[in-house]
Design a protein around this ligand. Structure first.
Ligand code: CP
Length: 322
């Protein structure tokens, strides 16, 4: 694996999930591969899980690691080309080129602007980073995708699902449900989740959201979608809650209703479904305490699996370097 931008960089998703689960059972198996190797983590946006799980994954592989929070710890970076840099001190071109001299793999987080849809969906910034970097680059959440999260999510579903564990022929019903939020959030977690789930033939995916919250057809084409959340929840085995801002009216909040919050009563419609969320989550806005704190909630397992989704991707790239 040269770079890791999306599920399209993965040859076989099933094999990757199995290898990530094997790493979870034996995290130090490849401890020696990281000797004299350095991973740089570059954050243009905040993080708790991604930052620390990537550090832990790197430690498990015996790698050195450095972390830089752009704008907070570094010079202010100019992202556009051709500007007279009056209010920014360093251009992305020099910043990425230089940082890539200081490590063997660079992982980057850079969120969308949620203003210019074409700009975000062309992944202009991440593509510039790929161009300027002299070393492999990993996507720790870009304008439209969050693949390390999605790999942890599908790994969690496989671990928790009797359909996979018992080789049962019955399909597993997974529901991605929009949920309320007060701030406009990216579509990246939802896009990426759909992209990864679509690679697993044992899963039937339903997406439910209010009107005008359709995801880009690039990701949701061919997937059953409904505006009726309660209908979607019927017989579901997994409920994945996530807010995203409108793709159609790009970056806008169109639905202010609290009716879309995940509640204990809605969970009763399901097949005793597991509750999932990538975190951070706003309690009693996105989901009721009673759901988050119930035995059905697998949010911590998802968060734990972020270590192994990162570790397997680091490992694949380290193996390609040697
Ligand atoms: N889920 C996730 O990416 O969490 P952070 O934003 O805290 O890294």
């Amino acid at each position: 694996m040269k770079n890791f931008f999306s599920v399209e960089d993965v040859i076989n998703v099933y094999d990757l999930i199995k290898e990530a689960i094997d790493l979870k059972n034996n995290p130090y198996k490849f401890y020696h591969i990281g000797k004299n190797k350095t991973i740089g983590l570059v954050f243009f946006n905040p993080s708790l899980r991604t930052r620390i799980s990537c550090q832990k994954a790197a430690f498990n592989l015996g790698c050195n690691i450095w972390v830089l929070n752009i704008h907070k710890d570094s010079w202010k970076i100019e992202m556009n080309d051709g500007n007279i840099m009056k209010s920014t001190q360093e251009h992305l071109k020099e910043a990425i080129s230089v940082m890539s001299l200081y490590c063997d793999i660079m992982a980057v987080r850079t969120f969308p602007n949620l203003i210019d849809r074409d700009y975000d969906y062309k992944e202009v910034i991440f593509n510039k980073i790929l161009t300027y970097s002299k070393i492999p680059v990993i996507n720790m959440e870009s304008a439209t995708l969050h693949p390390l999260q999605s790999l942890a999510d599908v790994m969690t579903i496989v671990e928790c699902s009797p359909f996979f564990l018992n080789n049962n022929k019955k399909k597993c019903k997974v529901v991605l449900s929009w949920a309320p939020h007060i701030k406009p959030l990216p579509q990246s977690v939802a896009n990426s989740f759909v992209q990864w789930i679509s690679k697993i033939k044992e899963i039937d995916l339903t997406i439910t959201f209010p009107e005008k919250y359709d995801l880009s057809k690039k990701f949701s084409n061919g997937i059953y979608t409904t505006y009726n959340q309660e209908e979607a929840f019927l017989n579901a085995d997994f409920i994945y809650a996530k807010n995203w801002s409108s793709y159609i009216h790009y970056g806008k909040i169109l639905c202010h209703s609290t009716d879309w919050m995940i509640t204990k009563n809605k969970m009763k419609l399901t097949n005793n479904a597991k509750f999932m969320h990538c975190l951070p989550v706003r309690r009693n806005m996105v989901v009721e305490d009673s759901v988050l704190d119930s035995p059905s909630s697998i949010i911590l397992k998802q968060a734990e699996n972020r270590i192994y989704s990162s570790q397997i991707i680091f490992l694949k790239i380290l193996q390609s370097l040697s």
